[in-house]
Design a protein around this ligand. Structure first.
Ligand SMILES: Cc1ncc(CO)c(N)n1
Length: 227
């Protein structure tokens, strides 16, 4: 199975993300409030575009089942993940709405989002875009799994609910995305397969860059965006 191979290939990157500042900061409760705020400002825009990408995929598929799945995913995105974001917002003593009142396309988030759009805009087969999107649920699920296996959190640990959310709620998304990619992959040319693999690995690296973006409070240096 292609996606199984990709998951194995991504494992060292996910282990690196686990050891980077952001996730370690959540585990050990020593993350800076500003890093969380930075993350949420970028993530609210990322998830909004992620929902828009699902809408673009709906227009590309002629399978009723796939349309139903994509609609369900849009709903999950627009509603469900607020639970995870509420955990982070609460930890810095603000509401999610206050923090994300103005979202920001910081450079790494910008690059990641445009990587997904490039595939949606240039490829008819939805497997290309999905291969760039699936590391989103996968990396978080895998990170949460690792964290829960290696740590026991007290009931009042401020980020416990964040890890629990991603350990619990990503499986349906993952299953469908992976099935579509694996089915399409069986019919693909070597060149297209290479692109699918590259999309997946690039997005996995984008996930790492996204957390590091927040940890370092990355900003545009020369463009006049002073936010
Ligand atoms: C950047 C990013 N990747 C993955 C997820 C998980 O949905 C998220 N919220 N944000």
């Amino acid at each position: 199975m292609l996606t199984e191979e990709l998951r194995n290939e991504a494992e060292p990157i996910i282990e690196a993300i686990y050891n980077d500042t952001f996730i370690q900061g959540l585990i050990h409760e020593n993350i800076e409030a500003d890093a969380i705020i930075h993350y949420l400002k970028a993530d609210s825009l990322y998830l909004k575009e992620f929902a828009n990408l699902y809408a673009m995929l709906i227009a590309k598929t002629d399978s009723r089942e796939t349309v139903k799945y994509l609609l369900g995913q849009m709903e999950f995105l627009l509603e469900g993940e607020s639970e995870a974001h509420a955990v982070l917002s609460q930890a810095v003593g603000m509401t999610y709405e206050e923090i994300t009142d103005e979202g920001v396309w910081y450079p790494s988030a910008d690059h990641y989002i445009k990587h997904m759009y490039f595939n949606a805009l240039t490829r008819e087969n939805i497997a290309f875009t999905l291969s760039a999107m699936v590391p989103c649920p996968y990396v978080y699920r895998r990170l949460a799994e690792k964290v829960m296996a290696r740590h026991t959190f007290e009931a009042d640990h401020p980020y416990r609910g964040w890890f629990e959310f991603y350990a619990r709620d990503m499986d349906d998304t993952l299953d469908v995305m992976q099935t579509i990619i694996d089915n399409e992959a069986e019919k693909m040319s070597e060149d297209d397969l290479r692109q699918i693999k590259r999309n997946f690995m690039e997005s996995t690296e984008h996930e790492r860059r996204f957390f590091n973006m927040a940890a370092t409070k990355e900003r545009w240096m020369e463009v006049g965006i002073h936010v």
